[in-house]
Design a protein around this ligand. Sequence first.
Ligand code: PHE
Length: 367
Amino acid sequence: MENIENLKKELVAEIEAAQDLKTLEEARVAITGKKGKLTAMMKDLSSLSVEEKKEMGKNLNLLKAEVEKALDQRKSLLEEKALNEKLAKETVDVTLPVRPEIQGRIHPVSKIYEEVVAIFGQMGFSVAEGPDIEDQFHNFNALNMPANHPARQMQDTFYIPNPDSDDFDDSYVVRTHTSPVQIRTMENQQPPIRIIAPGRTYRSDYDATHTPMFHQVEGLVIDKNITMAHLKGCLYDFVKAFFELDEIPVRYRPSYFPFTEPSAEMDIGCLKTKNELKIGAGNDWLEILGCGMVHPNVLRAGGIDPDVYQGFAFGMGIDRLAMLKYGIPDLRTFFESDVRWLKHYGFNALDEASMTGGLSNNGGANR
Ligand code: PHE
């Protein structure tokens, strides 16, 4: 018994002497490993008498449990120590000056995001957000698309099972557009409302101009006496500011969205040649966004009385805007994380987009 006590002290001392995880592992192997001290003692039990075996076996098992506990404790301690050492070593000195030659680049999507926020920010819009994983109420129903509405098939939706329900109507979706943020905003805010909602959206689609994850920016204005003229003026000012042109031809074509009535698509004038697309001149048209007057059913779903308030909404693809403005031909390259691509199409981190300092800063000369 005394031997066992001494042995315990000896083994625990050996464990506690380990100053790093590697030494500790060596100690563990030497004690409880296949050829370890304790393992050997367990094996020796077979040579003892039945009585001795009973007594010794019990003691050895207790000893083993204690040794294993000591090993575990030492392991957690050393792991924590290793982590702390690593964290201390890896600290970044944020006060160091930027070294432009090795500095990272701002992704064109982030750049357009900043530009859009700067433009609408100056018009008095604030930025609203919603979750990427939505319920069908916000993504569809409240936007005047009840279950089985054919328009749900316009969007190639990714559904996510609801762990609490087998009913398909309860399954979640990754939002197919930023329009659910319209509803979330109405639920939380009384008019006047003037928001934009930039963010990620998802549809099952993949080619040079479609990726399963893409970005949109939604706009929503609700107040008394809002008309289509407000929508047109607002979007006209936006495209001029965005493309950094004094004049730009625009036209609105009638369209259909379940959540707006009337609905329209906005085109801007451009010149398409074989290798070039010039925005703001020429006889061609380019579709850039969907818009319309908020449908009374949508206002009602958001808890707003359509007899008192009206509104307009619009939605556009941020990635598509980036492709147009910065002449990037393939959308898939946006999300491939190729450093060479980012070097070419990315932006200087210090050039923040602003309406006073310049949106894209000399049309991208500082890239
Ligand atoms: N949500 C529409 C889409 O993704 C765009 C849109 C937004 C149209 C708001 C009208 C009003 O295609």
